[in-house]
Design a protein around this ligand. Structure first.
Ligand SMILES: O=P(O)(O)O[C@H]1O[C@H](CO)[C@@H](O)[C@H]1O
Ligand SMILES: O=c1cc[nH]c(=O)[nH]1
Length: 236
């Protein structure tokens, strides 16, 4: 069996999936946090690695960047491969002054400029939120970890380079913690499939203070606490 974007048998994909944006981060998760990880699919440079984490079968597979790319992989995983839970382990830009670079943000909802919240039901804006059980599992882990973890809304943008930077202070005023490009798409895909999702993000840069921003290398490698928080969400 294969879909247009995943080439393996259904049994090759675990029912729990860790989904960073970056394919190199997926491979790093497989090599550093999984036992017996094997590459089960490799289409368009998006590798799917399946192994175990603390004895539990898990697949690590990247989404690529943006809602359209993520929606392809999440839809095929939920609808064709019977995946139950996907946890995005990504990065975001800090919006709130309460969050600092390297902090972890758990997205308890996702505002978006993407059509994904309005396209399915004319006249209705969908409320895009994570699975309560996954959120609770991640938050319980986060609160016991002693690290700086924030729980709240994020903004899923269609643009990394936006011309509408004027909306950022307004998003801050509404309590939005950070900006990224996939969480709302993932929550919408889970809603459509009747499955579960969560996004856990490492703050890689801050929109109001660029002095401590992570390098490209650090964006790929510095995600240990977000990963453990995400794993706790997947296992909850
Ligand atoms: O680090 P990832 O998970 O890719 O997440 C963020 O980084 C990318 C932009 O650089 C976008 O995908 C954004 O959502
Ligand atoms: O989408 C993103 C991700 C990280 N940092 C940003 O500023 N935007």
């Amino acid at each position: 069996m294969a879909t247009p974007h995943i080439a393996c048998e259904p049994g090759d994909i675990a029912s729990l999936v860790l989904m960073p944006g970056d394919p190199k981060r997926a491979e790093r998760i497989a090599r550093t946090r999984m036992d017996g990880a094997r590459l089960v699919s490799d289409v368009r440079g998006i590798g799917a690695w399946t192994g175990t984490i603390d004895g539990i079968p898990v697949t690590a597979m990247a989404s690529g960047m943006g809602v359209p790319s993520l929606s392809i992989y999440a839809t095929e995983l939920y609808e064709q491969y019977g995946v139950d839970r996907i946890c995005r382990v990504g990065t975001c830009g800090g919006i709130s002054p309460k969050v600092a670079v390297r902090d972890v943000v758990v997205a308890s909802s996702a505002h978006t400029s993407s059509k994904v919240s309005t396209i399915d039901l004319p006249g209705v804006t969908l409320s895009l939120a994570p699975s309560f059980d996954m959120l609770r599992g991640a938050v319980d882990h986060a609160r016991s970890s002693g690290r700086s973890v924030h729980i709240g809304p994020v903004f899923t943008s269609d643009f990394f380079y936006s011309t509408r930077t004027d909306i950022i202070p307004a998003l801050d005023k509404l309590g939005t913690l950070g900006v990224e490009m996939e969480a709302a798409g993932l929550y919408a895909c889970a809603l459509r499939a009747g499955r579960e999702a969560l996004a856990v993000l490492t703050v890689s840069d801050h929109l109001f203070d660029g002095s401590g921003d992570l390098t490209a290398d650090e964006r790929e490698t510095l995600f240990a606490e977000a990963l453990e928080t995400g794993i706790a969400g997947l296992r909850a």
